[in-house]
Design a protein around this ligand. Structure first.
Ligand code: 1SD
Ligand code: ZN
Length: 269
C-alpha cells in the first residue's frame, strides 16, 4: 500500500517497485561535487534568495513514523528569489533526517562526506498552483531549503523542538505548538548555497523540487540528536513490530543518486 515503504526491509532500493517515479533521472538526494558547481552570478544574484517566517507559522509537531515534522500555517510565510526567481513560495512544513550515529544521517553529501543530519523546509509555489498537492506534481511546484546538521553545541531553537519530542514519541502522535518556534532561527548565519533540480527524497519521489542547500551547517548537540533517535516507528500501545533498534526512528535518509547531466549552481561562499 501507500505507506508500505521504510528505510530497512522496504528501503530505498525497493521503492521503485511501488513508486515508479523513484527511478527517474531527476532524483534526490545527490552528492554535491563542489568542484562541479557553476557560479552563475547573472541569474542567481540579481535577485537574492529571501524568506520570511512569522513566529506563529509553526503549528503542530507530528511523528509520522519516519521523522519528526512541524506542520505550518503558510499564511504570511514567504520564500522567493535566487533560483525561484519571481515566484512566491509558502512554507508547508519542516522536518529532519538523521543517522544512528553522528557520522551519518544527511541525505545530500558534500564531496562524499555525510553530515549527522539534514533539516528540510518544504515550500510550495503559490504563484502558479492552488494547493500543495497540485504543486507537488509540477516540475516547479516545490522548493526545499536544506540545512546540514553537525554535532557541536546545543542549538537553542532546536532545543524547543527536542523538548517537545517526548510528547510525540510514537507514530501518529501530534501536539500543538504553543511556545513559538521560529524556522528562520534554524538556518545558518551565512546565505551561500548550492542549487539544483531534483525530487522528494521519500516516496512517491515526485520530481518537483528546486533544492537549495546551504553551504554552512548548523550545530546541534549529540544529546539533541539522541532525542531524535528516541522517536518510535510504531503507534503507542502497539507492540514493536521490529526486533531491531526497538523500533527507533534512525537512518531515515535516502542515499545519494546520480546528478547525471543536471546543472549544479552555487551562490555565495
Ligand atoms: O521526507 C519528506 C516527506 O516527509 C514529505 O514531507 C515530503 C513532502 O510532502 O517531503 C519529503 S522531502 O523530500 O522533503 N525529504
Ligand atoms: Zn526531507
Amino acid at each position: 500500500g501507500r505507506d508500505d515503504w521504510d528505510y530497512m526491509r522496504n528501503g530505498p532500493d525497493t521503492w521503485v517497485d511501488k513508486f515508479p517515479m523513484a527511478a527517474g533521472s531527476r532524483q534526490s538526494p545527490v552528492n554535491i561535487e563542489t568542484d562541479r558547481a557553476e557560479s552563475d552570478h547573472e541569474s542567481l544574484s540579481t535577485k537574492p534568495l529571501r524568506w520570511k517566517y512569522p513566529a506563529y507559522a509553526s503549528r503542530k509537531l507530528v511523528n509520522p513514523g519516519y521523522c519528526w515534522r512541524i506542520d505550518c500555517d503558510g499564511e504570511g510565510t514567504f520564500l522567493s528569489g535566487g533560483p525561484l526567481m519571481d515566484d512566491i513560495y509558502k512554507l508547508e512544513q519542516y522536518h529532519c533526517h538523521w543517522g544512528c550515529s553522528d557520522s551519518r544521517g544527511s541525505e545530500h553529501t558534500v564531496d562524499g562526506q555525510a553530515f549527522a543530519g539534514e533539516l528540510h523546509l518544504v515550500h510550495w509555489n503559490t504563484t502558479k498552483y492552488r494547493t500543495f498537492a497540485e504543486a507537488a506534481k509540477a516540475p516547479d511546484g516545490l522548493a526545499v531549503l536544506g540545512v546540514f546538521l553537525k554535532v557541536g553545541k546545543t542549538h537553542e531553537e532546536m532545543e524547543k523542538i527536542a523538548r517537545m519530542l517526548p510528547y510525540v514519541s510514537h507514530k501518529d502522535e501530534v501536539v500543538d505548538i504553543v511556545d513559538p518556534i521560529d524556522p528562520s532561527k534554524l538556518l545558518p548565519d551565512d546565505n551561500g548555497y548550492w542549487t539544483y533540480l531534483g525530487s522528494l527524497t521519500t516516496p512517491p519521489c515526485n520530481e518537483s523540487v528546486t533544492w537549495v542547500l546551504f553551504k554552512k551547517f548548523i550545530e546541534v548537540s549529540h544529546h539533541q540528536l539522541n532525542i531524535f533517535r528516541n522517536l518510535r516507528k510504531f503507534p503507542r500501545g502497539e507492540e514493536c513490530p521490529c526486533h531491531e533498534n526497538h523500533g527507533a526512528v534512525i537512518n531515515n535518509f535516502r542515499p545519494p543518486l546520480p546528478l547525471g547531466n543536471r546543472q549544479l549552481r552555487e551562490c555565495g561562499s
